[in-house]
Design a protein. Structure first.
Length: 214
């Protein structure tokens, strides 16, 4: 009888190990956009592809996030990554501006005045990042050689991530890769696995009852 119980426990452990599913964005729809002068206003994107894309396991879902002269970059969202390619540039390098200039007429002086307006945000935003199992985004880790980048420029919520690049320089050799962490991403039992576990528990309970009578 003890050997039978051991077989049941071994079968249950096998079912749990073989039937788990990793948290992933594959098959999900996400939106990739560049925002400026804040984190909610979409920048003018001249001649870019649709910002909405369905995540695939390869790079066929890559979108042009920003294509306004003289800059441009592409983004590929993976199962748990956001990869930025700055090779899509009209110029070999550039700097994301941290202010914009406007000219206004001052009636008191009867002259035109040049104003430099600060930019609160100038960078990439990706939304729709809750994974295929509905797990919310819990953490974001960035690997980049973009000079001046620090974690204060990163913000994220349960289904979005924002990367503020204002004032930072880049070129075709710049890389910016983010790794996403979802709650429950270690292993999630599939429905078929739960049925097998339930069946194993039922068999174990029946064996215990028979053992008690003997």
């Amino acid at each position: 009888m003890k050997r039978t119980a051991g077989y049941i426990a071994l079968a249950m452990a096998f079912c749990i190990g073989a039937g788990t599913a990793e948290a992933t964005l594959i098959g999900d729809d996400v939106i990739v956009r560049h925002y400026e002068p804040d984190g909610t206003t979409v920048s003018i994107q001249v001649g870019v592809s649709s910002p909405s894309t369905t995540v695939t396991a390869d790079d066929s879902d890559t979108v042009i996030a920003y294509g306004g002269y003289p800059y441009g970059y592409k983004v590929n969202v993976g199962a748990d990554t956001i990869l930025v390619d700055f090779d899509y540039l009209f110029d070999a390098s550039g700097t994301w501006w941290d202010s914009y200039t406007t000219v206004v007429f001052n009636p008191d002086t009867s002259n035109f005045e040049v104003l430099n307006n600060p930019v609160a945000f100038n960078g990439l935003g990706v939304s729709g990042l809750d994974d295929s199992s509905g797990n919310p985004l819990q953490g974001v880790t960035v690997d980049t050689n973009m000079a001046g980048w620090n974690t204060s420029m990163l913000s994220f919520g349960s289904d979005y991530a924002l990367f503020d690049w204002k004032g930072l320089s880049f070129n075709t050799g710049t890389y910016f890769n983010a790794t996403l962490d979802f709650s429950g991403s270690t292993s999630v039992p599939e429905p078929s696995t739960l049925l097998l576990i339930g069946g194993g528990l039922a068999c174990f309970g029946a064996w215990r009852r028979l053992s008690a009578k003997s």
